[in-house]
Design a protein. Structure first.
Length: 343
């Protein structure tokens, strides 16, 4: 991908999504706090999820943090548009594709080897400039009152069968879904990815704005199954164990079982490189890893940190063979989704 099309794409996304974004953190405080260097984080993760961890980091280190929240593509686009003048010190993204896009543009500083080595190589940058913080598995969520797991196909590709007509739900504008489509393009090729999208379209899926809506629609019997990230169902089950839905994990390394990551990178030229490294280290520490496991039901990526008992152990997930940095071609995925008429 050349720099200019990528920049143009993400800047366009920035404009389109700016109204949905917000700014978080507060730059106020007493005179001592205002005098201290402030770490600026651009977060593609929501304030609801991230703020408790940021506040814990501030309390433990005394480093004041200002966070700008928005969609991951919006934040990546802002960093590219701002260039060397970006105030961002750290980018916290919800998927590896955005991290890979900034890495390919040379926007990240190298991370320490000791930091990188806390996470398995498949969940960190091959260039050594970003690292995964938590794992997010793609699944098919299904209604347990209408189906047993044996009725679900072994491959997500088989949902194009006409027997699924009118029974599926998806969220084509969701970033995690788009990252999956990018993985599908990489693993199966452009032609096969197009055929899959056209096949699902032919089955007249119901369209939703996000994963939570799909999970709720499945339980209500509005649809039989839908494509989501694993943790949305776990959050509901924590409040209602009898919720009539379950996650289907595709076996044998199927592309439908992609494990993406939320992760972080330090911006090249950051004014606060030491504080930025402190934050990255904190996000990989046991308290932060346990927070993501217990509160957001994401999968810890650091060895020795126990996952919530309801989560599938990372080593049991039969993931496709894929370098997550290959998920950086959002432009190609958006073009394909538009051509097929999905968005």
């Amino acid at each position: 991908m050349t720099r200019r099309p990528l920049v143009s794409l993400l800047v366009t996304v920035t404009v389109l999504l700016a109204a949905c974004g917000g700014s978080g953190g507060d730059g106020g405080g007493d005179a001592a706090s205002e005098a201290a260097p402030t770490l600026t984080v651009y977060s593609g993760r929501s304030e609801e999820l991230v703020r408790p961890v940021i506040e814990q980091f501030e309390g433990e280190t005394g480093v004041p943090v200002q966070v700008r929240y928005g969609a991951t593509a919006e934040m990546a686009g802002a960093i590219l548009e701002e260039g060397d003048n970006s105030p961002a010190d750290v980018f916290f993204a919800q998927d590896a594709g955005a991290l890979g896009a900034l890495s390919s543009e040379g926007r990240f500083a190298q991370l320490d080897a000791g930091t990188l080595e806390q996470v398995d190589p498949q969940f960190r940058s091959v260039n050594g400039d970003w690292v995964g913080v938590s794992g997010r598995a793609r699944v098919a969520v299904y209604n347990t009152a209408l189906l047993n797991e044996g009725a679900l196909p072994d491959s997500i590709l088989d949902f194009t069968d006409p027997s699924w007509k009118g029974r599926l739900g998806w969220a084509p504008t969701n970033g995690s879904f788009q990252a999956f489509v990018t993985a599908l393009r990489v693993i199966e090729g452009e032609t096969r990815a197009r055929e899959w999208l056209e096949g699902i379209q032919a089955n007249e899926p119901k369209v939703y704005g996000g994963n939570t809506a799909i999970v709720q629609a499945v339980a209500a019997g509005e649809i039989d199954a839908g494509f989501v990230n694993h943790y949305y169902l776990h959050r509901v089950k924590a409040e209602n164990p009898d919720f009539p839905a379950a996650n289907h994990l595709f076996p044998d390394g199927d592309v439908g079982s992609l494990v993406n990551v939320a992760g972080v990178g330090i911006l090249e030229g950051s004014d606060q490189p030491d504080e930025a490294r402190q934050l990255v280290e904190f996000l990989l520490s046991e308290p932060a890893q346990q927070y993501f496991s217990a509160e957001t039901f994401e999968i810890p990526l650091v060895d020795g940190v126990a996952a919530d008992p309801s989560l599938p152990p990372l080593e049991t997930l039969q993931q496709p063979d894929l370098d997550l940095a290959q998920l950086s071609d959002l432009e190609g995925t958006l073009r394909l989704l538009t051509e097929v008429g999905v968005i």
